[in-house]
Ligand binder design. Structure first.
Ligand code: ARG
Length: 431
């Protein structure tokens, strides 16, 4: 059995089995393997520049670190730093013991975690961009489909299906931008060289304690997870109404009801928004009230970080698969449009005749009330009846009853007209 890195001051090598178990982090932090080697190589070069290692020793150490033989963990490996140093000793002999001069696992783990996160942000950003662009392609493909837009889960005004999907794409685009900022801040300071707490950086005591980058990243995962959960919820509602249908392989069946096809995957994306929020809270709670510098509590940051990363990534990939193959039932989308969703347009019609909007709103409210009383659509109210409510109505009012004209009237950038939606699509293609 190998010596513990810190064994010298203890009489017997015996550590209580519970301490052994709670203290050990290798199962989780072996994911930092590549980064621990990378940072160790940089540190060896730093020690050479500082005159601690000779040129030969530095080369020996670096060749050992970079050797690509299989890396086998053994029972006594407490964490990845212990394991990397043990292996180095086996490969290059006692010179390995010089690498840790002035270094502590405190600055080492902070550095490794920053490197890991910086590396991990790239594929995550790629997955995000992949999804956003696919959403824009779907928007382009379905640009002529009209459907009800909802507020408070009640039918509100007609929109293009594309405007709906793009609304989610833009939320994710803001996440994409935020992720680049989180990645930049993660790498803005290097903790290596701080030692246990009395080293050489900007502020050594700060850099061994600082896990703001993990907290910020878990917040990012939580917010992006919340955005994905909103999309998931919309998809579930739209599936239920019949606007859309899951593509092949993206539904599961029921063990009892033979006819069922359930969008469980999307429900789980909705649920990840909850657990990711919990991970962000866990991370903040872990940091709250810790005294300065390194405390072993910080070791638990990595299980949170890795779990949040994996969950968010999987949620992104599943969402991509869903959007990629989603079937849009354009007939059902249009069938669900109702003339009452043009009540606002009827008010705008009066506004164009010079009626103040507040008054127009009130008059149209009376039209809605009358239609409700008669049990008909508002488009069925006769011109005579309309004129009794407001003299400004004339035969041109018929033009209001077009869903297509309704969505086309919003020509400003960000609006529902085909031209505006197309501009959004082109903007997303540029990212
Ligand atoms: N495994 C530890 C962690 O993940 C490494 C740092 C240990 N430092 C110490 N002084 N015991 O945080």
């Amino acid at each position: 059995k190998e010596e513990r890195l810190w064994g010298g001051r203890f009489d017997s090598g015996k550590v209580h089995e519970c301490l052994e178990k709670i203290n050990k982090s290798i199962d989780i932090d072996q994911r930092l393997h590549k980064q621990d080697i990378e940072a160790s190589v940089a540190y060896a070069n730093g020690l050479r520049d500082a005159g601690i290692l000779t040129k030969d020793e530095t080369e020996l150490i670096i060749s050992g670190l970079e050797q690509e033989s299989t890396f086998e963990l053994i029972e006594s490996d407490e964490d990845i730093h212990t394991a990397v140093e043990r292996r180095l000793r086996r490969l290059v002999g006692p010179a390995a013991g010089k690498l840790h001069t002035g270094r502590s696992r405190n600055d080492q783990v902070a550095t490794d975690t920053k490197l890991w996160l910086s590396d991990a942000c790239k594929p995550l950003a790629d997955n995000l961009v992949h999804l956003i662009k696919r959403m824009a392609e779907r928007a382009e493909q379905e640009v002529d489909v009209l459907m009800p837009g909802y507020t408070h889960l009640q039918k509100a005004q007609p929109v293009r299906w594309s405007q709906w999907i793009l609304s989610h794409a833009w939320a994710l685009d803001a996440d994409r931008l935020r992720l680049t900022q989180v990645a930049e801040r993660t790498m803005s300071q290097c903790p290596l060289g701080s030692g246990a707490l009395a080293g050489i950086t900007h502020n050594s005591m700060h850099s061994v304690a600082d896990r703001d980058f993990v907290a910020e990243f878990t917040f990012w995962c939580a917010l992006t997870g919340v955005h994905l959960s909103r999309l998931a919820e919309d998809l579930l509602l739209h599936c239920s109404i019949g606007f859309v249908q899951m593509g092949p392989g993206l539904s599961t069946g029921s063990s009892l009801m033979p006819h069922k096809s359930n969008p469980d995957g999307v429900e789980l994306v909705r649920a990840k928004g909850a657990t990711l929020t919990g991970m962000c809270t866990s991370m903040l709670a872990l940091l709250k009230g810790l005294p300065s510098t390194y405390n072993k509590d910080l070791q638990l940051d990595k299980s949170i970080l890795f779990q949040a990363y994996d969950d968010l990534n999987l949620a992104l990939e599943l969402t991509f698969a869903v959007i990629d193959t989603l079937r849009v039932n354009s007939k059902k989308c249009v069938d669900e449009l109702e003339p009452s969703m043009l009540a606002t347009d009827l008010a705008y019609y009066l506004v164009h005749k010079g009626v103040p909007f507040r008054e127009a709103h009130h008059k149209v409210g009376e039209v809605v009330k009358l239609a409700e009383k008669k049990g008909i659509e508002i488009s069925g109210v006769t011109l005579k009846e309309l004129q009794e409510i407001c003299v400004e109505f004339d035969e041109n009012v018929q033009k209001v009853w077009s869903f297509e004209s309704s969505v086309e009237q919003y020509q400003a950038y960000g609006g529902t007209s085909k031209a505006s939606v197309t501009k959004q699509i082109n903007a997303i293609k540029q990212i």
